[in-house]
Every structure is written in C-alpha cells, then in structure tokens.
Design a protein around this ligand. Structure first.
Ligand SMILES: C[S@@+](CC[C@H](N)C(=O)[O-])C[C@H]1O[C@@H](n2cnc3c(N)ncnc32)[C@H](O)[C@@H]1O
Length: 291
C-alpha cells in the first residue's frame, strides 16, 4: 500500500467526508478509489441497503452448504464489508478470518460482530497484497457481495485472483460472486432488480453503463444518495480469468441455482476449485471455461 493511500485511510476514518468523484464522475475508473467510496456515512447506511434478514432469506444456506459439502473449516472472507457472511459463517461453526481494504468497513464489521457476541478476527489488507498481510492457508476464500467488480484493471484482477489462489490450501475453493453485468450491458437494467436483497426502502440502480464502467446510485429513505463506480464483469470473462490463474473446475450458479437462462439472474456465483487431478478430464476443460 502506498503512503498516500495510507494517509488517505487515516483521514477517512477520522472524518465524515462526502463521496467525491470530481466534476466528471464517469471518468473515475481506478481500483484504489474503493477506499474513498466507502465513506463513513455510506458504511453506516450499508446495512439498510443490505437488509440482513432479507438477505438471509434470499441466500438461504447456499454458501454454508457449498462449504460444508467440501469439508471446509477455515474461511478467509476477503470482502468482509459490514460482516454479514463472516458472522453467518462463524455462527455456522466455521473458523473465519475477516479481511477488507476499507478500515471503515472493518470497524463496522467488528461492531456488528460484538453486537452478536463475537470477536471478529479482522485484518486490514488489500487483495493485491493479501499474502503479504495475511498469514496462513485457508480451505476457502470467499469474495461476495459483488466486490470483485471494484478492480478496474486486468492486471489488478489477475493479481488479486493469484493472491486468492495462493491463500488456499491445495484443494481449497474460491467462492466469488458478481452482478449479472451481461444482462445490464446487453439488455439494460431491469427495474425488478432494483431492490434485490436490499431493504425495500433502499434502491440501487445504474446511472451510467458502458463496457468499462457501471456507476450505481444507492438512494436511502432519508433522501441521501451514494454512488459506487464498478467495472462491469462479463460472466465469460470472469470464468476465463479464474481458469487462467489455475482454478481447475468452475461452477457458476445463477441466483443460487444450477440452471438458469443467462439473462434472468441478478447475480452469478462462481465456485472455483483449486484441486488438481491429472486424470480428470472433461467438464471444465479449457473450452468449457469460455461458456
Ligand atoms: C460491495 S462491498 C461488499 C461487502 C460484503 N461482502 C457484502 O456483501 O455486504 C465490497 C467490499 O470489498 C472491499 N474491497 C473492494 N476492493 C478491495 C480490495 N482491492 N482489497 C480489499 N478489499 C476490497 C470494499 O472495501 C468493500 O467492503
């Protein structure tokens, strides 16, 4: 992490700054921007946006089951945010380390953990330097809540995935989700997706979309609005990157289901396995990864 970024972090933690994208927000396409985007005020509202009860209903036990089925015990939550999945997994009996590059998010996650009687093991780290800052190997790395979209260059995406791969034991699994940007880019944003896993008081809608940027606006009942500039990951592209860094088998679910029409789901979840079997042929051959 650069000294400038570190200074920025300290300022962000101490003041309630507004988001600042300058005069032309749609030219802001930088990976490092995420730290500034999660200003204190936005983080405080995040749990209204991500209504925990609603989300528990929508996701069901999908992640817990996928992890249990693979015998996972140690989990590295690399996009902890306010702690929803870290806390859910701790309560389900997993051993969890909670990482985030935003100090504001980590502080909120810790507070949310305390309220539920847990002491989260938080680590402040950026994915691009994950293994420098977080020790140990994990059975699973989870990167959820459309977080990977914050990386704006292919170099950053490859580096982050290589770091996730390296943080896993030899037969570990990466679970990474993303919005269905193909549907947004190709068919436009459908307003039925406006309240997906949000509290019904909060709306989330793209204000600008092109192949290099999806700028979402989040509106809250008190009239406040916050934005996130995100890179619109196409599903095929994400799967190819996962294959390129060495994941051997990649299953992609649509809104937690195995079969779906490409345009229907709001979210895709990629479950990428590191386990290498020299005799295993077929399903996820390099050709399949392009599907
Ligand atoms: C959209 S939020 C999702 C949070 C949480 N997983 C959820 O589902 O509610 C994305 C999170 O990823 C973190 N993040 C984004 N880019 C990161 C990076 N390069 N390194 C570490 N954390 C990052 C952000 O700080 C933020 O907390």
């Amino acid at each position: 992490m650069t000294q400038g970024l570190q200074r920025g972090l300290q300022e962000l933690m101490s003041e309630d700054l507004p988001q600042d994208y300058g005069e032309n927000p749609t030219i802001v396409r930088e990976t490092d921007k995420y730290v500034e985007e999660y200003v204190h005020g936005f983080v405080e509202k995040w749990d209204d946006l991500i209504d925990w009860d609603e989300r528990t209903k929508t996701e069901g036990s999908f992640f817990i089951e996928e992890l249990r089925r693979r015998g996972v015990k140690r989990v590295l939550d690399v996009a902890t945010g306010t702690g929803f999945h870290s806390i859910q997994l701790i309560e389900a009996g997993f051993d969890v380390v909670s990482v985030d590059g935003s100090p504001n998010m980590l502080a909120k996650a810790f507070e949310n953990g305390r309220k539920r009687g847990h002491v989260l093991r938080t680590r402040h780290a950026d994915w691009r330097w994950l293994n420098r800052d977080v020790m140990g190997r994990f059975d699973a790395v989870i990167c959820l809540g459309n977080s990977f979209t914050h990386l704006f260059s292919e170099r950053d995406r490859r580096k982050a995935l290589a770091e996730f791969y390296s943080a896993l034991v030899h037969d570990g699994v990466l679970v990474l989700d993303q919005r269905n940007y193909d549907a947004i880019l190709d068919n436009g944003f459908d307003s039925k997706h406006k309240f997906y896993y949000c509290g019904d008081q909060v709306s989330a809608e793209p204000e600008h979309t092109d192949e290099g940027l999806c700028r979402f606006c989040y509106k809250f009942p008190d009239g406040s609005a916050y934005h996130l500039n995100m890179f619109p990951l196409r599903k095929k592209y994400t799967r190819e990157l996962l294959g390129d860094v060495g994941f051997q088998r990649i299953d992609t679910f649509g809104d937690f289901k195995e079969s779906y029409k490409e345009e229907d789901p709001d979210f895709f979840v990629h479950v990428a396995e590191k386990r290498y079997d020299s005799l295993e042929l077929g399903e996820n051959s390099p050709e399949d990864l392009t599907k």
